[in-house]
Design a protein around this ligand. Structure first.
Ligand SMILES: Cc1cc2nc3c(=O)[nH]c(=O)nc-3n(C[C@H](O)[C@H](O)[C@H](O)COP(=O)(O)OP(=O)(O)OC[C@H]3O[C@@H](n4cnc5c(N)ncnc54)[C@H](O)[C@@H]3O)c2cc1C
Length: 468
């Protein structure tokens, strides 16, 4: 058995490659629009709390559904500063964090979920076109690569199930040339890549053009359902809204009932300097596919429009106390580990340097994909738990929130996936102990022909788990 990512890499090479890397998302290195702080107390028809993809898709689609509605978005910091400005920019059609997770949890509605996911991806492309969003959208498809022998039959089986085209070792290396690749599975239709920060800024622009008011540096501190509407308190005054959508992702929910449902899992990412044509030529990658490998702990990587390689994943970290804390982000061990994996994957690129290093907390729940709910007698909708696959799914989630507030059943709100909430994570110290044991077991399975131990099999049978 080959254990590819355990090979030693020259520490000098890693140190030299990481030396120029500044801390911060490479995507956010562009001019950003400013939106004013809330000037004082106000009223509106719909208040959206959170200025990432979920909040902005909600506001945009609300304005489309009712052009007269007074829609307000408040954002505690800056638009897109959090996950929406730091992610890999993989726009996957899956609403269920991959086919395997969807099939095992909702076998009866899986085909419907797949169709709705593809409709959502196509709808996103149509919205981008309609609003003239310049977001480097490319429908490149997705290449899953096997780097361990036991993963090869997984890809062959997935291809037999219609999930893509199987590529043998020679075929996959003809696409992208890594000595670690043993086989591949290419799915042409189900994935696009996008510039994530441009997407969130362009969404904000489209919102304002539709009359949505956006306020940055406006932190919602409390929420109360009153007779006159839902009162959301901020330092600048109270906003009284007929309806509210909470799009606050991994940050502490304004509703106490939600606090145990997700945990922050930190994902670390590197961005290279732009590759020259000659450097890129050494590895091929002419079709610019999004790529990920098949381990439980997996890497994801892609090219940016200016031919940087974004390289992330693998070392997903949960920290005791489930707090979102910027001190968890700049973690040298994680950056060194994933830099080593970069050079194992592409030894031809030993002269490439990293220009950026960053991290972000992923909103992880026990079923690995979004869950929704209503509060305040149906006036407040919320969604959480995208677990690392939210760039596409947030648009679908926004429509679900609007449907739920509307109160009329739709195909979306009738889904079992939407109606049922996952089990929460236990409080500390159980959460920490359970998650660390699960991480260790997943790592062991990756290095033991994929064999899952008793803990993982028990969690599988209970429909519980941990992922990033
Ligand atoms: C490193 C990393 C890589 C990823 N890669 C991918 C990928 O390639 N593909 C993919 O599909 N997904 C990926 N994801 C996940 C994806 O980025 C998220 O699922 C998605 O961005 C979630 O969008 P959001 O709007 O719900 O959350 P966010 O972008 O986190 O926005 C939530 C906003 O709410 C604001 N907020 C919170 N509380 C309050 C409050 N009380 N008052 C006012 N504002 C508040 C926050 O400041 C924040 O701006 C990745 C995530 C990370 C961290």
């Amino acid at each position: 058995m080959r254990i590819v990512f355990d090979h030693a890499v020259d520490q000098g090479l890693i140190g030299r490659a990481l030396a120029p890397a500044v801390f911060g998302s490479m995507w956010l290195d562009i001019p950003r629009p400013d939106y004013p702080r809330l000037p004082g107390a106000t009223t509106c028809d719909l208040l959206v709390v959170g200025g990432g993809y979920t909040g902005l898709w909600t506001a945009l689609h609300a304005a489309e559904r009712d052009p007269d509605a007074r829609v307000v978005v408040i954002e505690a910091e800056r638009i897109g500063w959090a996950a929406s400005g730091r992610n890999g920019g993989f726009v996957d059609a899956s609403l269920t964090h991959g086919a395997e997770n969807g099939k095992s949890r909702w076998p009866d509605e899986f085909d419907q979920l797949e169709r709705m996911g593809l409709e959502n991806l196509n709808g996103m492309a149509a919205d981008i076109e309609k609003y003239g969003m310049r977001v480097d959208w490319q429908r490149t498809g997705m290449l899953a690569v096997a780097t361990e022998e036991h993963q090869v039959p997984w890809l062959r089986d997935a291809a037999a199930d219609g999930d893509g085209n199987f590529l043998d070792q020679a075929a996959v290396r003809a696409e992208v040339n890594s000595p670690t690749y043993l086989a591949g599975l290419f799915s042409a239709d189900t994935c696009a890549i996008v510039d994530p920060a441009r997407l969130v800024f362009e969404l904000a622009r489209a919102c304002t053009e539709k009359g949505v008011r956006i306020h940055e540096h406006t932190d919602a501190r409390g929420i109360k359902n009153e007779t006159g509407g839902v009162a959301v308190t901020t330092a600048s005054g109270t906003i009284t809204a007929k309806r509210v959508v909470l799009a606050t992702n991994v940050f502490p929910s304004l509703l106490k009932r939600n606090r145990l449902h997700t945990v922050p899992v930190y994902d670390h990412v590197l961005g290279t300097e732009p590759l020259t044509a000659e450097q890129l030529d050494r590895i091929g990658w002419r079709s610019r596919q999004g790529i990920s490998d098949c381990g439980n702990q997996f890497h994801y990587y892609r090219l940016s429009a200016d031919n940087r390689i974004l390289w992330g994943g693998y070392d997903a970290m949960y920290h005791w106390g489930r707090r979102v804390d910027p001190r968890h982000e700049d973690r040298p061990d994680s950056f060194r580990k994933i830099a080593a994996h970069f050079f194992i994957t592409f030894p031809q690129l030993a002269d490439v340097r990293f220009s950026h290093r960053w991290a972000g907390p992923i909103d992880t729940n026990t079923r690995f994909c979004a869950h929704w709910g209503l509060a305040g007698r149906g006036r407040i909708a919320y969604v959480n738990g995208f677990t690392g696959l939210g760039v596409g799914a947030t648009r679908f989630a926004a429509d679900v929130c609007l449907d739920l507030l509307d109160g009329r059943p739709t195909e979306r709100t009738q889904l079992e996936m939407v109606r049922k909430r996952p089990l929460p994570f236990p409080p500390e110290p159980l959460a920490s102990v359970g998650i660390q044991l699960t991480r260790r077991s997943l790592d062991r399975a990756d290095h033991n022909a994929g064999r899952r131990n008793l803990l993982l099999r028990t969690l599988d049978s209970l429909g519980l788990g941990f992922d990033s």
